[in-house]
Design a protein around this ligand. Sequence first.
Ligand code: AMP
Ligand code: MG
Length: 480
Amino acid sequence: MKTNWNFDNSYARLPERFFMKIYPTPVRNPKMAVLNRSLAGELGLCTEALASEDGVAVFAGNRIPEGAEPLAQAYAGHQFRYFNMLGDGRAILLGEHVTPDGERFDIQLKGSGRTPYSRGGDGRAALGPMLREYIISEAMHALRIPTTRSLAVVTTGEVVIRETELPGAILTRVAASHLRVGTFQYAARFLSKDELQALADYAMKRHDLNGEQASNRYLFLLEEVMKKQAALVAKWQLVGFIHGVMNTDNMTISGETIDYGPCAFMDVYDPKTVFSSIDTQGRYAYGNQPYIAGWNIARLAESLLPLLHDNEEKAIELAQETIGRFPALYETYWLEGMRTKLGLFTKEEEDKKLIGELLHLMYTYRADYTNTFRSLTLGEWNFCEQQFRDWYARWQERIARQGVTKDEVYERMRQNNPAIIPRNYRVEEALTAAVEHGDYTVMEQLLHALQHPYAYTKEQEQYAIPPEPSDRPYRTFCGT
Ligand code: AMP
Ligand code: MG
């Protein structure tokens, strides 16, 4: 039985200081916990072979498939505002799998043992957090939000020591690439200009950023990454996703969401919502995410300065002019998205105000973010407060002015307001069943429901129920 792995490792051809060649540390007794059959299909891989003993051995790091050249990537990053040298401390890139259609994806094992970048860490991951990444990343993908994906989770048969002993696991992550803002920060801080340039050229080639027409190739790179990140974070805001650790090492050049640690979806609308137990200052709160994305892009711009212009002052000027456009760019994407959520086809000056008023009402009355849009979409609006009614009347007038049918309006809303999101208490319920009782059925049902978030099926209704007030406030812990 052939798996059809087809590795070609372009990253390993970068200058040698961008990585360390190292193998995963074998584990005692690997077992498949969950395999993503539909993703396997998209990658042109054979699911039966992946699920076989040999297949599981690959996911566990016990067997290296032909053509793979395992390595740990070097990168740095600002973590909660402080610059650190980081690198893959518990992940190993097997290489890039090239699909039958010629698409190239990083295949990375997360939780695969210590590397030279591990610092004090054990290089391992616990089952709960790896299943959590699997669920949330697949839910994000189904929500049409760019993200790394999860091909499989295997248990290792070993324990990891966190606050308590937990079952160990390894996640196989699939990504357009693992190039991060932090990879550029690493090159800018520790390597030569030639090496930085090699990285920039590589990133452009890897992500089809054809800078040939651009008057300044590396400014073009900065602009493109900025656009992708503005679009990405707008999408997060529109569905109420809170990343939790928007450190610069967790921001990709590809524009994919990466590193699902203490992330979660917001229930009640409140811009100050924070889930991560270590984010005591609220740096990465929901309402702060667009600002942080801009801050991170500024770190990318700084790293690219030597390539933007030989004259440093001129380079700074170019960088500032570019990143200065981030807030407006973000707002354009966000406003576009909000219009679709409210069934708007046309643009009016007052739209921003109309949207702002709705959000303010949600905040004042502690309304559930997803379900407010869900009820508007379903025409099941049942807020009794007069202010909500006034707003509703104004929105109805606004819709009526567009010259499209009600059906078209509601269809647009259904396409853009998820019926369900992975609510925290539902995710926890699935993880408890799997991790503590070895029962994966709860998770499978949840994953199934999340696969078509815009379908509005009967089966999904139970997942739309918001948590009991006692389940709040929710906290995710960083001991991932
Ligand atoms: P993260 O918070 O997952 O983005 O990780 C930040 C940095 O810490 C990265 O360099 C990781 O590789 C490293 N790291 C996280 N957990 C561990 C661990 N258990 N062992 C070694 N390194 C780790
Ligand atoms: Mg990270």
